[in-house]
Design a protein around this ligand. Structure first.
Ligand code: ADP
Length: 282
């Protein structure tokens, strides 16, 4: 669809003669690809651990025996390849120009801007429509092989790019990542409203950096005061999937590219909850 086709749109289709809103804006997968379920991981702002949670969820899902992939839609801040230790690798293409995702040690298929840059530290200085177009290509011009669950590491916030991604990819559900120092209720409310507008179910909340565990006595230390996430989850009727502590072992594993080796006991049961809440098929 042309980028300007929706200019002047009030999103009130009842008073508009244009046929654009009735068009399915979703991009198609390449004919040889197969992706069964797509889960978007979102956050209100950067730095709360959205990419970490995406990596941990994918690693856990893969361990549960599901064929898993990550589409890194955080084009300007792609950190997924680093956490899996594949940031030095480059995406290859086949003879038709289709991009082949890079596979991690445990077989998770990854597509990320970081795998296309000559130097991973090069900044991506692109405007929104170009970034959104790249994400669409990561969906439709990549050979995704027999994927049960794809996790999409979304750009933070609710701006132009996340919106385009939600319209272009067949997202089955959303996982919200927050941290206790944020105004969590506002972030959750925004995400809930966005999900309602997009008609996509929220699968659950993950509170990252929830607490620090004392290495001597094991007690939980709440650096930002008592968490309100349980009450918020209850208020909105959304499952609390996990509370993840700030853990130097996790950050070391990410820095060393070994996120697949993190003991993710705190994610036990998440797969069942997610699978039960995803109903739509495509
Ligand atoms: P976002 O995707 O929200 O911008 P990241 O996942 O990139 O955030 O996390 C930011 C930094 O914080 C990374 O270096 C990551 O390894 C670290 N980090 C995130 N969560 C934790 C945690 N629970 N324990 C230790 N380090 C963490």
């Amino acid at each position: 669809m042309a980028e300007n086709e929706n200019s002047g749109c009030t999103h009130n289709c009842s008073t508009c003669g244009s046929s654009c809103a009735k068009k399915d804006l979703r991009e198609s997968l390449h004919e040889g690809s197969c992706v069964r379920k797509v889960i978007a991981v979102v956050s209100g702002k950067g730095g709360v651990g959205k990419s970490l949670v995406t990596s941990l969820l994918a690693a856990r899902m893969n361990k549960e025996g599901k064929r898993t992939a990550i589409l890194d839609a955080d084009i300007t801040g792609p950190s997924i390849p680093t956490s899996f230790g594949i940031s030095g690798e480059r995406v290859m293409g086949d003879e038709t120009g289709l991009m082949l995702p890079v596979e991690t040690k445990s077989g998770i298929q990854i597509m990320s801007m970081n795998l296309l840059l000559k130097d991973g530290s090069d900044p991506v200085l692109w405007r929104g429509p170009v970034i959104a177009g790249t994400v669409k290509q990561f969906w439709s011009n990549v050979a995704w092989k027999d994927v049960d669950f794809m996790f999409v590491d979304m750009p933070p916030g609710t701006g132009d790019v996340p919106l385009t991604v939600f319209q272009s990819l067949p997202i089955d559900g959303i996982v919200i990542v927050s941290s206790p120092q944020q105004l969590v209720s506002v972030i959750v409310e925004k995400a809930v409203k966005m999900a309602e507008l997009m008609k996509i179910p929220i699968l659950g909340l993950v509170e990252n950096m929830s607490f620090v565990r004392c290495p001597d006595c094991g007690k939980e230390i709440h650096l930002y005061g008592k968490s309100t996430i349980e009450k918020i989850a209850l208020d909105y009727g959304i499952p609390l999937l996990a509370r993840i502590p700030i853990d130097p072992d996790i950050s070391r594993a990410v820095d060393e590219g070994k996120v697949e080796e993190v003991d993710s006991e705190f994610l036990a049961g998440v797969f069942d909850t997610i699978a039960a809440r995803i109903s739509r098929t495509h």
